[in-house]
Design a protein around this ligand. Structure first.
Ligand SMILES: [Zn+2]
Length: 248
């Protein structure tokens, strides 16, 4: 693997407009479970019964009971060496954008500035009745006390994350697509590429002439078309790749 890593690092070193595509696998070393996989939080509940937009509208209290432990885990979590490595690539003006499926904000906390959060984030919340948006702190304090955060109009505040059956923010989707079309290297970091729209992004990048490096614990459907594939821990491989590429 060392020689393969050295050659992949040459690709990183030669690239000028890298885009990283990250998913649950990059936050796992920070202790955040993959809440779409069949382990952890998802196992006890069918997510569609508690975390779809329809379920939230009918039973916000069930949604908050379900997400409370996860919120606590996310608040305690720290960025890991994989997040830091991507921030370093951006600081070195090699990486243009991180496109992430994660809602935990760990890329920004590691120092990344250009982050497209396809599934939203926990920094703000919006009333599902009147659309009033507030910073999330006050709402999350209510959740910690076991209550549903409510707007003065009586509607429930929903964190600005994309729930099941909810559309992705369209503007973000186009920005992500544009970033993919303009990148010269797509670095897949900790996603198995099973969910729309990220599943289509490696093929789109390749159609536009980009190289492809995949770092993910499990196989992906497009491994055979990648320049380099590492079925390993992103928190180990990414720092090695970036340090080798940038030197020192
Ligand atoms: Zn309201």
């Amino acid at each position: 693997m060392n020689e393969q890593l050295a050659r992949a690092a040459e690709l990183v070193a030669a690239a000028q407009r890298i885009v990283a595509l990250s998913g649950a696998g990059i936050s796992k070393p920070s202790g955040i479970p993959d809440f779409r996989s069949d382990s952890g939080v998802w196992r006890q509940h069918n997510p569609f019964e508690v975390a779809s937009i329809q379920a939230f509208q009918e039973h916000p209290e069930r949604f908050y009971d379900w997400i409370r432990p996860l919120l606590h885990t996310i608040q305690q979590a720290q960025p890991n060496p994989a997040h830091v490595a991507l921030a370093r690539l951006e600081q070195a003006s090699r990486l243009a954008t991180v496109i992430t499926q994660n809602i935990d904000g760990l890329h920004q906390r590691a120092g990344s500035k250009e982050v497209l959060e396809l599934h939203g984030h926990l920094r703000s919340a919006t009333c599902i009745e009147c659309g009033r948006q507030i910073p999330a702190e006050a709402a999350l304090r209510e959740v910690e006390r076991g209550r549903v955060p409510r707007c003065s109009c009586g509607g429930a505040f929903k964190p600005d994350v994309v729930l099941f059956n909810e559309l992705l923010p369209q503007g973000l989707f186009w920005l992500a697509q544009r970033a993919i079309e303009h990148c010269d290297l797509l670095l897949v970091a900790g996603t198995s590429l099973e969910v729309f729209p990220v599943c289509d992004m490696p093929a789109l990048a390749k159609r536009h002439g980009a190289r492809l490096i995949i770092v993910n614990y499990d196989e992906t459907y497009i491994d055979s078309q990648a320049d380099y594939v590492f079925h390993a821990d992103v928190a180990e491989v990414l720092p090695l790749l970036v340090t080798t590429a940038l030197g020192g």
